[in-house]
Design a protein around this ligand. Structure first.
Ligand code: TYD
Length: 215
């Protein structure tokens, strides 16, 4: 079995650029890597992504939103993540279950335990082996994406600052809840420094598992 490593954080934390730089780093260490993202990553889940993030769907109910994310997650897991893990690869995934717990569970007010429960149904035993949480204050993250003209703006980006603060709070709760799995990385820094911190966290995780002779 390979490893499932997820990248998490609020808007503008820089996950996507960091993920791109983690791929060659892991490959140089001799690990075959698959990089992917949620919601999406494969055809059916990309279709679900369009429905979820469409700015015309402002009337979408919060539970519908949560179920659609979980549905997209399930299909992506089955078609892409599980086969890669079974082939011994390191899967780097831009967002996963913690996004649902922070955004739908806490920020939308549906409850972290409730969202955990529907997601357990979707993911079964596939909790992440390691999660890198890129921590940034919502004001800073949002100002970064505002100045990035190339970025698509979606239905969740246009939520109020109050919503994004609640997302941040949700992530803090998850950091408390899963201290072993979630590594916090300060993302309010130069990209090179953030990438280096992310590489160190991944390396420490791989070393620890090698020592344990886990896999
Ligand atoms: P995306 O453009 O991929 O955002 P980012 O670059 O910030 O990752 O859009 C994904 C949006 O969906 C983002 O606002 C976070 C949100 N989201 C949830 O609310 N719940 C989830 O389970 C996932 C995976 C994403």
């Amino acid at each position: 079995m390979g490893y499932l490593i997820t990248l998490e954080g609020g808007e503008g934390a820089g996950k996507t650029s960091i993920l791109k730089r983690l791929v060659p780093f892991l490959e140089q260490l001799g690990h075959p890597v698959v990089s992917t993202r949620e919601p999406g990553g494969i055809e059916i889940s990309e279709q679900i992504r369009k429905v979820i993030l469409d700015q015309n769907n402002m009337k979408m109910d919060a539970r519908t939103e949560a179920l659609l994310y979980a549905a997209a997650r399930r299909q992506h897991l089955v078609e892409k993540v599980i086969p890669a893990l079974e082939a011994g690869k390191v899967v780097l995934c831009d967002r996963y279950i913690d996004s649902s717990l922070a955004y739908q569970g806490h920020a939308r007010g549906l409850g972290i335990p409730e969202i955990l429960s529907i997601n357990k149904f979707a993911i079964d035993k596939y909790m992440p082996d390691l999660t890198l949480y890129f921590d940034i204050q919502p004001e800073v993250g949002l100002s970064r994406i505002e100045s990035d003209g190339n970025r698509e703006v979606n239905r969740l980006d246009v939520e109020s600052i109050k919503f994004h603060k609640a997302v941040w709070e949700g992530y803090q709760m998850l950091v408390q809840q899963y201290p072993e799995r979630i590594q916090v990385i300060d993302a309010d820094n130069e990209i090179d420094a953030v990438v280096q911190a992310a590489q160190e966290a991944v390396l420490a995780f791989l070393e620890k598992n090698k020592e344990k002779g886990d896999r």
